[in-house]
Write a protein that binds this ligand. Structure first.
Ligand code: NI
Length: 199
């Protein structure tokens, strides 16, 4: 009986240790992400929300500090005229984001974290349609700050479910037929739901 108890405690101790992130650990997370631009993001046009499959890689320097790279398949956004709301085109973008994260250790399966970093957004395949068909739209790439809040819930010592929300400063100069129509202040809130794997 005493042996069994000791064995049981030993298993608990091993599992308890296995749940904590350690220096040198990696975590990969993937799932659906939504990029929801702020409303009124340009005087003339409005860039709507888009969704994509996100994937992020996190490297733990120790149990608290980590570096994260967020990548995704391209997000596609409709562009509407502010005046009347007609759809006049679409754009795609890739928003790679690099963040330094602080992970709180609460000693249980719930793992919240905060992060701060930089984002580089590449716009491509800008296309105009409807009343603006045939015109040439271009959006400049953007470099800006990115802040995030997130949490993972450990299902076991490898797999976790997570959610994260980010604010990213994305401002892109827009031109139609080479004529500036002002900055598009995309400044989106980005939401992601992820399945994570730690190794
Ligand atoms: Ni901005």
């Amino acid at each position: 009986m005493k042996k069994l108890l000791v064995a049981g405690l030993l298993v608990l101790a091993i599992n308890g240790n296995a749940l904590a992130q350690e220096a040198g650990d990696w975590k990969i997370r993937s799932g659906p992400y939504v990029v929801d631009p702020k409303s009124d993001n340009n005087d003339t046009v409005n860039v709507d929300a888009g969704a994509a499959l996100g994937i992020n890689f996190t490297y733990f320097f120790n149990e608290n500090w980590a570096f994260e790279v967020l990548a995704a398949t391209p997000f596609s956004h409709d562009i509407n005229l502010n005046d009347g709301g007609a759809e006049v085109g679409e754009t795609k973008h890739l928003p790679p984001t690099f963040s330094l994260q602080y992970h709180f250790q609460l000693g249980n399966a719930f793992k919240p974290y905060v992060g701060l970093g930089v984002n580089y957004t590449l716009f491509f395949d800008e296309e105009l349609s409807g009343p603006l068909a045939g015109a040439d739209l271009s959006l400049d790439n953007s470099f800006g700050l990115a802040a995030q809040l997130g949490a993972d819930y450990d299902l076991n010592d490898r797999w976790s479910l997570g959610a994260n929300v980010r604010w990213i400063d994305i401002d892109a100069e827009a031109e139609v037929n080479g004529v500036g129509i002002g900055d598009v202040e995309v400044d989106p809130i980005v939401y992601g739901i992820t399945l994570g794997y730690r190794f």
